[in-house]
Each structure stands twice: as C-alpha cells, then as structure tokens.
Design a protein around this ligand. Structure first.
Ligand SMILES: Cc1cc2nc3c(=O)[nH]c(=O)nc-3n(C[C@H](O)[C@H](O)[C@H](O)COP(=O)(O)OP(=O)(O)OC[C@H]3O[C@@H](n4cnc5c(N)ncnc54)[C@H](O)[C@@H]3O)c2cc1C
Length: 423
C-alpha cells in the first residue's frame, strides 16, 4: 500500500485525503495548527449565540463540488438575500449590480484580447474625468472582493470571474465548520490519520520517497507528499514559523509561488444589543461605503444583532499586529458614518467584538489568491508534480471561474488525488 503524506488539513488537504483513502492509499495528514480547517474557521464562541465565521462564510453560487459535498453530508444551506445598498457621503442608494456602471464596464471588458493589469485597463479605456466614479468602483471591488492589487491583477481573469458571478449565493446556518467535520469523519472512517500541532519543517525527497520532519521532532515517511499550505506560508523566510525547507531544493517551484497574487483581509464581527440597522433601508443585507471599513453585512437571521465588517486588499498592510484598538475605532467610526449615528451611540450599543486579521495567522499569512498576469504559467509549473513524488494543491492552484473559494480548494484536492491515483 502506498503512503501519501499531506501537509495541511484545510479543505484541499482533507478532500485529497478523503479521495485517496477511499482508493486504498494509506494517508497521514499533518496539520500545523491546533485545529483542522485552515481558512474554514467556524467558532462556537459562548459570547455569541450563533456560530461565528472567522474565515469562509458563503458558497458563491451553484458550485458543484461544494454543493455536492453539502448534499452528501446532509448539511443545510440557505440562499443569501443579496440586497445591497451603497452609502456615499451619508446618502443611501439601492445598488442592484456589483458596482455602478457595471454594464459599460462589461462591454469594454468583452473587447479585451490581450491580458493586461486592471490598472492598465482602467488607464487605457476609462481615463477620462467622466469615469472617475467607475474607476473608483472597479478599484474598490477588485481590492475589496478579490483582494487584488490592481497593478498586478489580470483583467482577463477578473473578467472571467465577474462574468460568472452568480446571483444565488448560500450560507450554512450551522457553520462552514460542519463541512470540515464531515470530511474529517470520512477520512478517519477510511483509515486516515490526522495529526494537529504538527508543523512540517523539513522535506527530504527523491523519486517515490519522502521523509518529513516536523517542528516537534516527529518524523514521517511516505511515497508521495501533497503540500496544501498557502502561498503566504510557502513564501516565508527560513526563520519564520511554518517555513518548509526542501532537500533537494525546489527553486523553480518556490519562484512560481511568488508569481501568484495572494491578498489580505481583516474580518470583524461586532455583536450589538439590538439590530439597529433593521428596517433602515428596505432590509438591506450588504452595506457598501467609502468608510475606512467599507463593507458590512448582516446575518440571514435578520434579528440576530451581528454586523460583519470586511477590509480587503493592499490597505490591510497598513494595519500591524498591535492595531486592534485602531481597527475597532475605525469600525465604530465607519458604522457611525453609514448609519448616521454618533460614535458614542455605536460604542454604547456594542456588546462583543472579534477581529480576525488573516495576515497574522502564522500558518496562513494572507487570505486568498487572485490571478496575476503570470498566474496560468505559475500554476502549470506548480501542478506538475516533482518526479511524481511532491505535489502542490490548495485554492491558489486553481484555474477555474471561482478562484479564492472553498470550491477552488476542494477542486484542487480532487485533482491532486486523481493525479496520484492515476500515476
Ligand atoms: C476571511 C476569509 C473569508 C473567506 N470567505 C470565503 C467565502 O465566503 N467563501 C469561500 O468559498 N471562500 C472564502 N474564503 C476562502 C476559503 O476560505 C479558502 O479558499 C479555502 O478555505 C482554502 O483552503 P485550502 O485547503 O486551500 O487552504 P487552508 O485552509 O489554508 O489549508 C492549509 C492548511 O495548512 C496548514 N499549514 C500551514 N503551514 C503548515 C506547515 N508548515 N505544516 C503543516 N500544516 C501547515 C494550515 O494551518 C492550514 O490548515 C475566505 C477566506 C478568508 C481568509
């Protein structure tokens, strides 16, 4: 029986483990954190009466692998009402498309043949003064939603993604963590071993043989190794937690990893005494503004007094580890601006706050990937296994229409498992 070692027990690693163990492979999963799930991180915090999503929260459309898995596991999912309102200088407008000027933007995007960055695209087609608002909206959306640096992001990839944006989105009332629990149960039932608090540190490999040493000194051997750790982790320096040393070295793979775009996000969960936003504007669910924490949304259970704040893209780099008080201050000011309240009123209504800055998670170091001009080539390199022995998977290795999602991670888990099964 061949042994497959998998670094990382997120969606990609567990999906690969499930498939390989069902085919009779002996599978050992090594997870650095104390819990499994990675960027799927549902917290059952006693201060909150409903599950709290620190990471992934939505299923962004009818995504086949995710929905199939939810059905298989019997996990409930519900459509999310995408009622959006945009607030500019205190004025509220219903927003039906993802951004103002969407139709004109799409028309222009259709005509692009040669890939360029989003910044170059805006410069080329929308540089006149009359398009100032559209330029701002595209930048805000690319940075906020895709977490992209517009000077690096591929306009063709974003076009593909935006055109495939689906009206219907879903959330899991019992939390995304149920999906992880299901995958874990399946893996264990099929004989996988999953170790948490096992930070892969050293990988010695040759054809069909891998020896892995973890930071706690434990050693594991196998025939194949799948690495599902994020680009943020693979690009860390030697002295950093989570860094993986390869022997022999794999410079061309690490070089390719540097070509991927990997964005940053801070997610804020603010619990209030009551849902003061209820009935404010046609029961809007998403609030999009120009405030310093620009995007907020409510829960599907409208009465639940939780607002989720979202700050994504290069701006996140302005916040350091010590900045939680600053973030909370910005959050309160942003909400005061959006809901036309005083800062003191917002503060007075606040019960609990949880802030998740994913750049500071030592085993993630970012949030999710976006396509750069070189991404296709880089992913092709990374998904070509090293002597049929070392494989890469994880959301950043995905080239389909739903990048940066749980779906992307699950698909790459399936692909890498199929590649090993067929090799
Ligand atoms: C705030 C946030 C919100 C998001 N919202 C959504 C959403 O609404 N919908 C959606 O579809 N997607 C969303 N995503 C993206 C989605 O969560 C990810 O694409 C997906 O979960 C990534 O799974 P993965 O298996 O590729 O990577 P990960 O989940 O990162 O798994 C990799 C694992 O490797 C482990 N690891 C790292 N280093 C080592 C090491 N040296 N040794 C051993 N193990 C190691 C990590 O601890 C981690 O558990 C969101 C992400 C974030 C951060």
């Amino acid at each position: 029986m061949k042994t497959v070692l998998i670094a990382g027990a997120g969606a990609a690693g567990l999906m690969a483990a499930k498939m390989l163990s069902s085919k009779g492979f002996s599978v050992v999963v090594l997870e650095a954190a104390t819990v499994i799930g990675g960027r799927i991180c549902t917290l059952y915090d006693p201060a909150f009466s409903q599950p709290l999503e620190a990471g992934a929260e939505f299923v962004h459309g009818k995504l086949p692998v995710t929905l199939q898995l939810l059905e298989e596991a019997g996990i409930e999912y519900e459509p999310v009402v995408r009622k959006m309102v945009s607030i500019v200088n205190g004025r509220w407008h219903q927003q039906d498309a993802l951004m103002e000027g969407w139709d004109e933007l799409m028309q222009r995007l259709q005509s692009v043949q040669q890939d360029i960055t989003v910044a170059a695209f805006l410069e080329q087609y929308f540089s006149q003064e009359q398009y100032a608002a559209l330029r701002k909206a595209v930048k805000r959306f690319a940075e906020g939603y895709d977490l992209a640096d517009i000077h690096k992001a591929s306009v063709l990839a974003l076009r593909e993604e935006w055109m495939n944006d689906e009206e219907e989105q879903y959330h899991l009332p019992g939390g995304y963590g149920q999906l992880i629990r299901y995958l874990e149960q399946q893996c264990i039932a099929q004989g996988c071993t999953i170790y948490t608090s096992h930070v892969v540190k050293n990988v010695e490999w040759k054809h069909n043989s891998v020896h892995v040493t973890c930071a706690n000194g434990s050693r594991f051997s196998g025939n194949k190794l799948i690495l599902t750790v994020s680009p943020g982790v693979l690009n860390t320096e030697e002295k950093e937690l989570g860094h993986i040393h390869f022997s022999p070295a794999i410079p061309q793979y690490l070089q390719a990893m540097l070509q991927l775009g990997f964005g940053a996000v801070i997610k804020l969960q603010l619990l209030f005494r009551e849902a003061f936003w209820l009935h404010k504007f046609n029961n809007a669910v998403f609030f999009l503004s120009n405030e310093s924490i620009p995007t907020w949304w409510t829960q599907a259970d409208h009465e639940y007094p939780l607002l989720t704040g979202w700050l994504g893209g290069p701006v996140v780099n302005n916040y350091t580890q010590q900045d939680e008080a600053q973030l909370l201050n910005d959050a309160v000011h942003s909400l005061a601006g959006i809901f036309n309240m005083t800062v003191d009123d917002v503060r007075g209504a606040l019960l609990q706050t949880r802030i998740f800055n994913w750049c500071h998670e030592p085993f993630v170091r970012g949030a999710y990937s976006y396509a750069t001009l070189n991404m296709q080539k880089a992913v092709q390199q990374l998904t070509t296994p090293l002597e049929h022995t070392v494989y890469f998977a994880g959301e950043a290795m995905y080239l389909g229409a739903h990048p940066g999602t749980v779906e992307a991670a699950l698909v790459t888990g399936q692909q890498v498992a199929a590649s090993i099964t067929n090799s």
